[in-house]
Ligand binder design. Sequence first.
Ligand SMILES: NC(=O)c1ccc[n+]([C@@H]2O[C@H](COP(=O)([O-])OP(=O)(O)OC[C@H]3O[C@@H](n4cnc5c(N)ncnc54)[C@H](OP(=O)(O)O)[C@@H]3O)[C@@H](O)[C@H]2O)c1
Length: 316
Amino acid sequence: MWHIITAVALFVTYKIYVKILNCHSHHDAVLTGKVVIITGGSFGVGYKAAKDLAARGAKVILGCRDLDKGRNAQEAIIKVTGNKNVAYRKLDLASLESVRRFVKDFKDSGTRLDILINNAGAVKTGTVHTNDDIVESLQVNYLGGFLLTVLLVPILKQSGNGRIVNVSSILHRLGKMDLEKINCENVYNSFQMYCNSKFCNILFTKELAKRLSGTGVIVNSVEPGFIRTKTYSKNASLLENLSYLVQKLFLKSSSEGAQTLLYLALSDECEMVNGKHFSGCRETTISDKAEYGEMASKLWKFSEETVRLKCEETIM
Ligand SMILES: NC(=O)c1ccc[n+]([C@@H]2O[C@H](COP(=O)([O-])OP(=O)(O)OC[C@H]3O[C@@H](n4cnc5c(N)ncnc54)[C@H](OP(=O)(O)O)[C@@H]3O)[C@@H](O)[C@H]2O)c1
């Protein structure tokens, strides 16, 4: 009996702790006239964030690898928010050409840009190289977003006070930063590559913040917490639905995971905050390793070379 009481007490304490750590973007920011690009906005955390931003009146552009998913997300967001200013555009972060085409089309449209959220990410195998000869995980989770951001910075600068949010993970703490090996096939497994790429997101944020200092554009990184991916289905197996139940009890919903992204994108308190890392709408520490400025600037140089950035595109 005591075992059950102890287990229930521990579980309730855990839930209260998680609730305290959670936050809600209860600020009343209105985004009419503002333009947001969000990568991976077709699903999960990105979709929830996009919906919130659209509800506040922003023009929201979903950068999507899969256009069918993009269309479904667009239709759902318009239906729920009534904001017809929601668009989806082809953006495959695993292709440098796709990133460049996305930016060119956006620039050609002459649209302003106020907020860029680099949210898309996935655990990919550490063994596959993309057509650009980059390890897929590194390209999707970091280098694609690096190129996208660097190319969009001039437009963000024009808005006067642009904001960039880079989505990382607590797993960045397990990341390894050996630039000799990071883009080599079969050196790291999928999980380690994911951690490495999330560590890159943090170092990228640090270096970009330094380069943007004084421009009015700010950049910060965020860890959304562990989010449940399973959904209940009558047709799923017992094991799958048990896994859903466990996730439901212990992990955050996508909507909860989106709150810190929104906080960084919207809140007045963050207006002057640059180069910091957030969790649960609070500034938090990063891996000790990421404090090293030299590592961040080496990664920047490696990234410029790997995505074949032209001299005139560099942010000094
Ligand atoms: N889930 C967690 O527990 C957790 C924890 C810490 C950090 N994070 C980070 O939070 C972010 C969002 O996670 P999530 O849980 O919402 O993930 P998710 O549900 O799997 O959604 C990821 C989004 O990224 C898109 N995407 C994947 N590959 C892409 C590519 N090559 N080009 C463009 N878009 C691509 C996906 O599009 P498709 O639907 O077409 O694949 C999807 O819209 C990620 O950066 C993730 O690393 C997640």
